[in-house]
Design a protein around this ligand. Structure first.
Ligand SMILES: Nc1ncnc2c1ncn2[C@@H]1O[C@H](COP(=O)(O)OP(=O)(O)OP(=O)(O)O)[C@@H](O)[C@H]1O
Length: 268
């Protein structure tokens, strides 16, 4: 598995079981070339629109086609999941959605801004201000408290210092960590650390949160808590959230689930 964090840093030089498995394997045998893009669920236009996107990588003398024509619309205040087997292309797509990478073909519009045409510097400005990232491995600074970790995000986004205390307190309160603000990551459970990571990702009030397997390191109880926090954050902060997962037990929380097989979406 390629780590999103690893590839993110590079790009940023400048963030199953029994029956279900049998069903998904059956579907995997017959991928459809492309499925209809999600119907418009709200009066607003999409926050993010991915149109006919392809991504290939040159490895030695070979061209590897990872994404083969992806269409996706993400609307304000939606919680969307990308599901697929390891290597199907989920992280590659998330990197494109977050402006960490650009497509080989196709278009990506974030708030009508053409990410596919913009250089990394321009995308970075938008990313810092309007997109939050959450990783499987929490990605917290180990020597900083929960409070200071969230503060770091506000500092990076150039939010005026006068607003920090109120915003940090309200974000940690939203994720249920008011009583653990001054704990450092090693003094927190895995679920609590991931809640700090969520507070950190939403602190600068982004419109979009991208989360790559945010519950992969957590047990089922912590996973359920994190999914509840995600639902609350999407509602309270008017944020759209797109996350990848292998876990079939959490799909019902999503407004929409995209199933990816070998670089294309298939009907689920
Ligand atoms: N920079 C790259 N260079 C070459 N191949 C790459 C690159 N990035 C991704 N790939 C290839 O693209 C394919 C899809 O990788 P990706 O990480 O997007 O899958 P994934 O669905 O997120 O998998 P996982 O669930 O294991 O994280 C893999 O075969 C991977 O080796």
């Amino acid at each position: 598995m390629l780590s999103w964090l690893g590839r993110r840093s590079a790009a940023e030089k400048s963030g199953e079981q029994g029956e279900d498995l049998a069903k998904s394997l059956e579907k995997a045998k017959k991928p459809e070339a492309a499925i209809a893009v999600q119907e418009r669920p709200s009066a607003d236009g999409p926050l993010l629109s991915v149109r006919n996107v392809e991504r290939s990588f040159d490895v030695g003398s070979q061209k590897i086609r990872v994404l083969k024509g992806i269409n996706l619309n993400l609307y304000p205040s939606q919680l969307v999941m990308l599901r697929g087997r390891s290597g199907s292309g989920k992280t590659t797509l998330m990197n494109l959605m977050g402006g960490l990478d650009t497509p080989t073909k196709g278009e990506i519009f974030f708030k009508d801004r053409p990410f596919h045409k913009w250089d990394d510097d321009k995308r970075t400005v938008v990313r810092r201000k309007d997109i939050g990232f959450i990783f499987q491995a929490f990605a917290l600074m180990p020597l900083l408290s929960a409070y200071e970790n969230v503060e770091l995000s506000l500092r990076m986004a150039n939010i005026p210092r006068s607003q920090w205390k109120e915003r940090i307190t309200s974000c940690l309160d939203l994720v249920g960590l008011s009583k653990r603000m001054h704990h450092r990551p090693f003094e927190l459970s895995g679920g609590e650390q991931q809640r700090v990571a969520i507070a950190k990702a939403i602190a600068h009030k982004p419109s979009l949160i991208l989360a790559d397997e945010p519950t992969a390191e957590l047990d089922s109880q912590m996973t359920a808590q994190i999914m509840q926090v995600f639902k609350e954050v999407v509602a309270a902060e008017n944020i759209s959230l797109c996350m990848t997962t292998h876990d079939p037990t959490i799909m019902e929380v999503a407004d929409h689930v995209y199933e990816m097989v070998d670089g294309v979406f298939v009907a689920n």
